[in-house]
Design a binder for this molecule. Structure first.
Ligand SMILES: Nc1ncnc2c1ncn2[C@@H]1O[C@H](COP(=O)(O)OP(=O)(O)OP(=O)(O)O)[C@@H](O)[C@H]1O
Ligand SMILES: [Mg+2]
Length: 170
């Protein structure tokens, strides 16, 4: 079974994946393989353009008997059996992105994307089994324990309850 761990940059996917890995979960970091699927560079957005279909072909070929967590901000575009979507309030996300030394323009772009539910919207184009976790004010450990619960119990999907749209009106 393959489960995507996705979210806007800075929500904490990698930190959460680090802990999951330490606990023994098998994790595939998309960051490590995306360079094989880059077809260009978007200067305005300062980001690589990835051939999503080609990357998905690669993922589809992975035969996984156990559980494989696929971590990365494009993982919801792939052929996975479920999507865990990490969310973070823009005010806190700003702090996390500054800690990562992102420039202000890119920070603003990502805070807006988070407030507009962009990743959820894109994930819904492909998947129904989505679990959305609000990481705001939580520790990495708390987020991981919520993820473990999902992985163990496979509850019905939950998403769409998180609403940061007020932030846009600030
Ligand atoms: N509850 C939390 N879960 C995850 N990260 C958190 C949490 N609280 C604070 N953080 C901090 O937020 C930052 C998240 O950074 P991280 O690199 O994990 O994000 P990311 O989602 O992998 O971003 P990118 O898409 O750029 O790789 C880290 O500095 C981490 O310590
Ligand atoms: Mg990361």
């Amino acid at each position: 079974m393959k489960i995507a761990l996705t979210g806007t940059p800075g929500v904490g996917k990698s930190k959460v994946a680090d802990l999951l890995e330490k606990m023994g979960y098998k994790v595939l970091r998309l960051e490590k393989i995306t360079d094989n699927f880059v077809i260009g560079y978007d200067k305005r957005r300062q980001s690589k353009i990835v051939d999503e279909e080609l990357m998905d072909e690669y993922i589809k070929r992975i035969r996984e008997k156990g559980l494989l967590i696929i971590e990365g901000h494009l993982s919801h575009l792939l052929s996975v059996d479920g999507v865990i979507l990490l969310r973070c309030h823009p005010n806190e996300l700003k702090k996390r992105l500054r800690k990562k030394r992102w420039n202000e323009k890119k920070i603003k772009e990502n805070l807006e994307a988070e407030a507009l539910d962009i990743i959820l919207e894109r994930a819904l184009e492909r998947h129904e089994k989505i679990w959305e976790i609000d990481t705001t004010g939580k520790s990495v450990e708390e987020v991981v324990s919520e993820i473990e619960k999902i992985l163990k119990e496979m509850p019905p999907p939950y998403y769409g309850k998180i609403d940061y749209s007020n932030w846009l009106m600030r």
